[in-house]
Design a binder for this molecule. Sequence first.
Ligand code: IMP
Ligand code: MG
Length: 185
Amino acid sequence: MKDYSEFLQEVLISEEALQARVRELAAEISRDYRDQDLLLICVLRGGVMFLADLMRAITIPHAIDFMAVSSYGAGVRSSRGEVRITMDLTTAVEGRNLLLVEDIIDSGNTIASIMELLNTRHPKSMRVCALLDKAERREAVVAIHYRGFTIPNKFVFGYGLDLDEYYRNLPFIGVVQPDKYVPPD
Ligand code: IMP
Ligand code: MG
């Protein structure tokens, strides 16, 4: 596997900027849900780095759970109603305040499908906390209550986001230079 420096076009969001923004979001969430039950739901795998930092900065008691979904078909695009749960929650969500923690909202189809599904389980409330919002690409209507950064329509990686499953560990958000990145075989 190549070093990311071979295809990193630019660092879009530095580690410092990410950490500062995560602390701001955590402060907002801690204020909004004070004295209320809170269940953070992390959408695997991209949301895991964000969740780990966010939950450490949230100052109120809360629980966490995980779920994983995949789009039907091998395409890079997800489409509404074509999201399949590959790993479900282990917690009952009925009557609870859910906060979905996502790495990035792109078309919005993935999160819209997840919300539609979780709604059938009758939570008390449900909100979305997304680190990145690729707003120009939106197809589904999604209300993002807590948004880290709005980013341009470029493919990014690092801080949980992958390039063919690698590079999630990088502490910053980088932009891929498409002509320099060669996917592994
Ligand atoms: P959506 O259903 O189009 O909103 O897709 C969202 C999912 O696509 C995210 O959870 C990511 O896994 C993936 N994704 C979208 N844009 C990027 C990107 O720039 N880098 C890495 N993954 C991305
Ligand atoms: Mg994701």
